[in-house]
Write a protein that binds this ligand. Structure first.
Ligand SMILES: [Zn+2]
Length: 163
């Protein structure tokens, strides 16, 4: 599935986010740049907030310090990370659900257990393997935190259950 098949503008409105986009610009790294460095059209009402840093957003971590920026013609890869800031857990869950609904059935959305972890999009075929790996990766899931595990995999279960 390609990025152009996502409708992040619609997702942004439905989830009541201030910003949503699937890539950084070429030559931007995710450590030094953020939503405010991206074009106004990805923002609610086309306006980049000047002072307020309290905005809510999702931004796919396709950046220069990772595997590079992408275009709408690119395929959504296995293990695609999505940076975020949410108002609360409800907004997080709604955003992840809407994202999962826009993705085809061969993807899984892993919901982060807290704000320290990114959302991760997996290809379902590779998810079983990846699941073993992320269990050992502190960055994505708190290994000692059983609650965190439950939270990370909750969306997968919900997706199967949905009508
Ligand atoms: Zn940087």
């Amino acid at each position: 599935m390609k990025y152009k098949e996502l409708n992040l503008r619609e997702l942004r409105e439905e989830a009541d986010l201030d910003f949503a986009h699937f890539t950084f610009e070429p030559n931007q790294c995710s450590c030094c740049y953020g939503p405010k460095d991206l074009p106004a059209r990805y923002w609610r009402n086309g306006i980049i907030p000047k002072d307020n840093d309290n905005f809510t957003y999702i931004l796919f971590k396709n950046a220069n310090n990772g595997s590079g920026s992408v275009t709408k013609e690119d395929e959504i890869q296995n293990y695609t990370c999505v940076m975020h800031r949410f108002r609360d857990d409800d907004q997080r869950d709604k955003t992840c659900r809407l994202l999962a609904e826009q993705l085809t059935d061969d993807y899984v959305v892993a919901v982060p257990c807290n704000s320290g972890y990114t959302i991760i999009i997996f290809k379902k075929a590779q998810f079983k393997e990846e699941k073993k790996k992320i269990n050992n990766r502190f960055h994505y899931v708190h290994v000692e935190d059983i609650q965190g595990h439950a939270s990370l995999y909750r969306m997968e279960i919900n997706m199967k259950d949905r009508p």
